[in-house]
Design a protein around this ligand. Structure first.
Ligand code: GYE
Length: 349
């Protein structure tokens, strides 16, 4: 499964040509060569040049500490960032580290970037807490931190900006969609993202608060983490189905991948996903559109992973001493089964 996703991620750089980038500013130009610097770097918990200090060649020096490869969404974000860097090798010196889902690896990567004296450090924090010490080290070294796609729970002076989505809003939208699908009543289950991740914490809060406030006849009978992966989403859904069977009328997943796993479990249990058990999830990856076209998924609340251009533009501004907003918010939509066959034609991730 991962291999398929990696191929998709690698192909994404081709698909991105001429694609619409939601709220992303300048688009990268078409590639003229197959530059290896745009290829995904795998199994690399520490940055790829061994931490050497470099001579000042005037380029924008950026280090990015990625979480890992847990989802199709994550692969699309990595591809977007690496594609942009690959297209701008003349002006950007880019270091990429894949932390393999471990905070300690992300911390190590940040320390290496500080040693390399990069201009800006980008980080998608796997969890929200535990960043104060290493962010303070970066601050003391005069290197701004740009938080990409997930937030960190730190004082405002320890990071320059957050580029990403409003997860509370996504959770609230997901609750409204679930209520519409169920006619405001029924029992549902929730597949949570990685424990401690801002995307999981806030998608849960936004959803549960809206359910409690507006839809008292919808009951969340079970909620458990599926770690943002398809395999765990399936596994958790299997155990929910064993316990609650056909009482489950809906599943809300903090990402599409987990719901794609849940769909397999629902089918194996002899029920019809999209009908017997309706689905709402976040991200908007290709797989969920295919499931909607097949009538097996109902709604996805989009979350934009194509953050490469806005990330590097923001890094450049920081290097140039220009002001940046504290939160650069992504613009996103909601996609439903009835228009999925049309919508899928323009999806690029
Ligand atoms: O929804 C999920 C992932 O942080 C917004 O992380 C991101 C989330 C995304 O792996 O699929």
């Amino acid at each position: 499964m991962k291999t398929t996703r990696r191929i998709v991620a690698a192909m994404l750089s081709v698909l991105m040509l001429g694609a619409a980038f939601t709220g992303c500013g300048n688009e990268p130009a078409a590639p003229t060569t197959n530059d290896p610097s745009s290829a995904p770097v795998e199994n690399n918990p520490t940055p790829d040049n061994g931490g050497d200090k470099e001579t000042d060649d005037g380029k924008l020096k950026v280090g990015f500490a990625q979480i890992g490869q847990e989802s199709g969404w994550r692969d699309a974000e990595t591809a977007s960032i690496q594609f942009y860097a690959g297209q701008n090798v003349d002006t950007i010196d880019f270091k990429f580290a894949d932390a393999q889902a471990k905070q300690e690896n992300q911390i190590k990567a940040i320390k290496s970037f500080i040693d390399m004296d990069v201009d800006v450090i980008g980080l998608a924090p796997v969890v929200e807490t535990g960043w104060d010490a290493v962010f303070t080290e970066a601050k003391d070294a005069g290197i701004p931190i740009v938080l990409v796609d997930r937030m960190a729970d730190v004082p405002e002076d320890l990071y320059a900006t957050f580029i990403g989505s409003d997860f509370i809003e996504e959770g609230k939208n997901a609750a409204d969609e679930m209520a519409k699908l169920l006619g405001n009543k029924g029992k549902i289950v929730q597949l949570e993202g990685t424990v401690g991740a801002s995307a999981a914490n806030d998608r849960k809060k936004g959803f549960e608060d809206q359910m409690a406030a507006e839809y008292p006849d919808i009951e969340i009978i079970a909620s458990q983490t599926g770690d943002f992966t398809r395999a765990k989403g399936k596994e958790v859904m299997e155990s929910f189905l064993k316990t609650y069977g056909a009482d489950i009328k809906g599943v809300y997943g903090h990402n599409d991948d987990m719901v794609l796993g849940a769909i397999e479990a629902i089918k194996e249990a002899g029920l019809k996903p999209g009908t017997d058990v309706v689905t709402v999830s976040c991200d908007g990856v290709k797989g969920i559109f295919e499931a909607m076209v097949a009538g097996e998924a109902n709604v996805t609340v989009e979350c934009n992973p194509l953050l490469g251009p806005i990330f590097f533009e923001t890094c450049q501004k920081l290097k140039d001493g220009e002001a940046v907003e504290k939160w650069v918010k992504s613009e996103e939509g909601i996609y439903r089964q009835d228009t999925a066959a049309e919508d899928i034609k323009t999806r690029v991730y």
